[in-house]
Design a protein around this ligand. Structure first.
Ligand code: NAD
Length: 321
């Protein structure tokens, strides 16, 4: 593998991925295709600007002419590019349907034409929908319940259809909730940390009974690299932190980390159609590719809070966007 096209690297997970990947793989060049939506920021990768092995192309994955040029000369593709905020998808699903579904089709079509050796589609645990007890395996049926997750489910199904129909070597990853540095402060963990730094209360949906699994972003990046290099074409891999928390307990842990009391919690009306619990069975990637999340939640939370404390310049202009 000499050069890879990675889309959406100016966002949260993509920027963490490309930084770690280039450090570990100095012989592989990276081209980043990103539209620079509100969530995509060149400031997420200042350290790579002058690296001759890194190239940035501004453009939309829905634009086949741009995608054709951006993919030229690449051996593999990882597609992080997506609209990602569930609350925004409930307000207006247009961009979600376009990027998360049609954009994947444009990428797959070009990948087929250009004989790409590996196509990694980054999907999410949200495609399974909620589960009261037990954990989802990769073979379980999909039941996405909001426009974001429905569009992501459509995108991964379409990508997989290019494997079945044309033999495009597609691998799909479904990860749980990521957290870490460079996450846009609309998502729960950075929203709560930055609110507390500004002396504002943290908005908790309903009673905070929902359960999410938390995965430190660098652990997900390692899993994605393994899927790129060793993932079997036509396969799906769950990637979970195996650290489930009720939202109220997550909130209390963040308050403690930020030296704040529970009076800083502001209960707000619940999200429409709020999924109760997500949970992943990660045996397949553990046994098949030898991956395991390494970062404990306590360590990951501290690293994340410290990063936001040290990088006010990064997040202050983004608050309330
Ligand atoms: P993000 O919102 O931080 O970043 C998305 C990036 O995609 C931005 O840089 C944006 O500019 C770019 N983008 C959006 N539309 C585009 C388009 N049409 N063309 C080109 N670029 C475009 O997202 P994230 O949290 O880093 O998520 C990355 C991927 O991981 C997404 O596919 C998401 O569905 C998936 N995922 C995220 C999580 C999570 O907890 N953050 C969990 C599971 C899966």
């Amino acid at each position: 593998m000499q050069k890879i096209l990675v889309t959406g690297c100016c966002g949260f997970i993509g920027s963490n991925f490309v930084r770690l990947f280039m450090k570990k793989n100095p012989s592989i060049k990276v081209r980043n295709l990103d539209k620079l939506t509100y969530a995509g920021r060149l400031e997420n990768l200042p350290d790579l600007e002058k690296n001759p092995d890194y190239e940035f192309v501004k453009g939309d994955i829905c634009d086949s002419a741009i995608v054709e040029k951006a993919m030229d000369g690449c051996d593999a593709v990882i597609n992080f590019a997506a609209e990602t905020h569930v609350d925004r998808s409930i307000q207006d699903a247009d961009a979600f349907a376009k990027t998360n579904f049609f954009g994947v089709k444009v990428l797959c079509e070009q990948a087929k034409k250009q004989g790409i050796e590996k196509f990694v589609q980054i999907s999410t645990d949200e495609v399974y929908g909620q589960i009261k007890s037990g954990s989802f395996k990769e073979t379980d049926r999909l039941n996405p319940r909001n426009p974001y997750s429905a569009a992501k489910a459509g995108g991964e199904l379409l990508a997989m259809s290019y494997f079945t129909t044309y033999g495009l070597p597609v691998v799909v990853t479904r990860s749980s909730n990521n957290y870490g540095p460079y996450q846009f402060p609309e998502k729960v963990m950075p929203l709560f940390i930055t609110n507390l730094m500004l002396g504002k209360k943290v908005p908790l949906y309903g009673e905070g009974k929902q359960i999410r699994d938390w995965l430190f972003v660098e652990d997900n990046c390692e899993a994605i690299e393994l899927c790129l290099k060793k993932g079997k074409a036509g396969e799906i891999y769950n990637i979970g932190g195996e650290h489930e928390l009720q939202n109220i307990d997550l909130t209390k842990k963040i308050l403690k980390e930020m030296n704040c009391g529970e009076e800083m919690i502001q209960k707000v009306p619940d999200r429409l159609g709020h999924d109760f619990r997500y949970s992943l069975d990660c045996d397949k990637i553990k046994k098949g590719l030898g991956w395991k999340a390494k970062t404990s939640f306590e360590t990951g939370l501290k690293k994340t809070a410290d990063w936001y404390k040290q990088n006010e310049k990064w997040w202050k202009p983004l608050v309330n966007q």
